[in-house]
Design a binder for this molecule. Structure first.
Ligand code: GDP
Ligand code: CA
Length: 353
């Protein structure tokens, strides 16, 4: 709980007690937005789901100071290049350089370099790396090679993209998400090999966040959480995106002290896209809006948004202690996504009051 959140809210909304959003004239002053000026919002984020949500959040709270703590457990070295898929997805999406259709990678990209590598028989051939995207990885890798930590390299890349948020990796230390394959004597593969090459079709017996125990939060991450008026969990994969970030020592503890509102990535018992259900199954969590919230647990989550289809979760006994609200949760376009972000901020305001 934070005093600043409720203080801001009282100051800017003299009527008080209003949690709905007056539908102001398009483009006109919106009381629901004015109160957000100077608000600090911190978001632990994966890739595509998070990036789309963040676009809506920026639109809903244009004057807020948003810090994104990005998952780097999916990072992988390919052809000697350090690839940070989730950081790049957030950076390109918010910076206007994303391939909108794919949801990841650069818009208008070509694949000349990858084709040339394939002509050498150089692998792997299952990870898409466009030519424009490769420039990002080259630049990142050369900065890391010169001794810059990942957080500094990310800052430099963001100088070009101006994502409008402060983008931090969860850690400057190497953490690698690995998948324990079921029934293969404990054989593990890099997360990307399971997700991209195997399409998560080989059942997973669990996940290992190799290196997490000894990793430190990136500079500024704990401060961003500590100073936040609210922490929002985007509709990211709860296991291998948000779960990985929470595995970095200190981060979960810091988040627990804040007002935390999450957005369910599961609607009607299935992920909207991707294979989050496979990840949840591997750790024995039901793929439902209530199941994911119960997995995070009431010690971490204060509020949880579910889709209207899942409104039964509002009264789910396993979610006692979490304020659950049912609202439309499909991020179909920017206005719909901004409405989701606004609902999350409203619920946070209500909880902090
Ligand atoms: P990441 O975890 O942020 O890297 O992104 P993914 O692309 O893997 O997606 C994470 C989650 O976002 C998946 O579990 C999807 O179900 C969820 N998701 C995708 N689109 C939507 C949407 O429109 N609404 C909601 N609520 N969740 C979505
Ligand atoms: Ca991811």
């Amino acid at each position: 709980m934070t005093g600043q959140f409720s203080a801001d809210r009282r100051q800017d909304r003299p009527e008080g007690g209003v949690t709905g959003h007056p539908a102001g004239p398009a483009g006109g002053a919106r009381p629901g937005v004015a109160r957000l000026a100077g608000m600090r919002i911190t978001v632990p984020a994966g890739g595509v789901g998070a990036a789309r949500f963040l676009r809506g959040l920026k639109s809903a709270a244009p004057d807020a100071e948003i810090t994104v703590i990005g998952n780097t457990g999916d990072d992988i070295i390919l052809f000697g290049l350090h690839v940070s898929p989730d950081l790049d997805t957030v950076m390109y999406t918010l910076g206007g350089g994303i391939d909108e259709e794919q949801g990841w990678g650069r818009d208008g990209d070509t694949y000349t370099v990858l084709a040339e590598l394939a002509a050498y028989g150089a692998g792997p051939d299952w990870f898409g790396l466009g030519d424009r995207d490769i420039a990002t990885h080259l630049h990142r890798t050369s900065m890391l090679g010169a001794g810059l930590p990942l957080s500094a390299a990310t800052r430099v890349l963001c100088e070009r993209w101006q994502p409008g948020v402060r983008l931090l990796p969860m850690s400057d230390d190497r953490v690698e998400t690995q998948v324990i394959l079921a029934g293969q004597d404990g054989r593990t593969v890099h997360f990307q090999e399971w997700w991209v090459r195997l399409h998560a079709e080989v059942p997973a017996a669990g996940f290992v966040f190799a290196g997490a125990e000894d990793a430190a939060p990136a500079p500024g991450a704990l401060e961003a959480i500590g100073q936040a008026d609210v922490v929002l969990f985007p509709p990211s994969n709860p296991v291998v995106s948000v779960g990985t970030i929470l595995a970095v020592p200190g981060i979960a503890e810091a988040i627990r002290a804040k007002t935390v509102v999450g957005v369910s990535p599961i609607i009607g018992g299935a992920p909207v896209r991707g294979m989050a259900d496979k990840c949840l199954a591997a750790i024995g969590v039901e793929a439902s809006a209530a199941g994911v919230a119960a997995h995070y647990g009431p010690a971490l989550l204060d509020g949880w948004l579910v889709d209207e289809r899942d409104k039964a979760a509002v009264d789910a006994p396993e979610l006692a202690g979490v304020a659950v609200r049912a609202v439309p949760l499909y991020m179909t376009d920017l206005p719909a996504t901004a409405a989701i972000a606004r609902a999350a901020l409203d619920l946070a305001a209500e909880l902090a009051a």
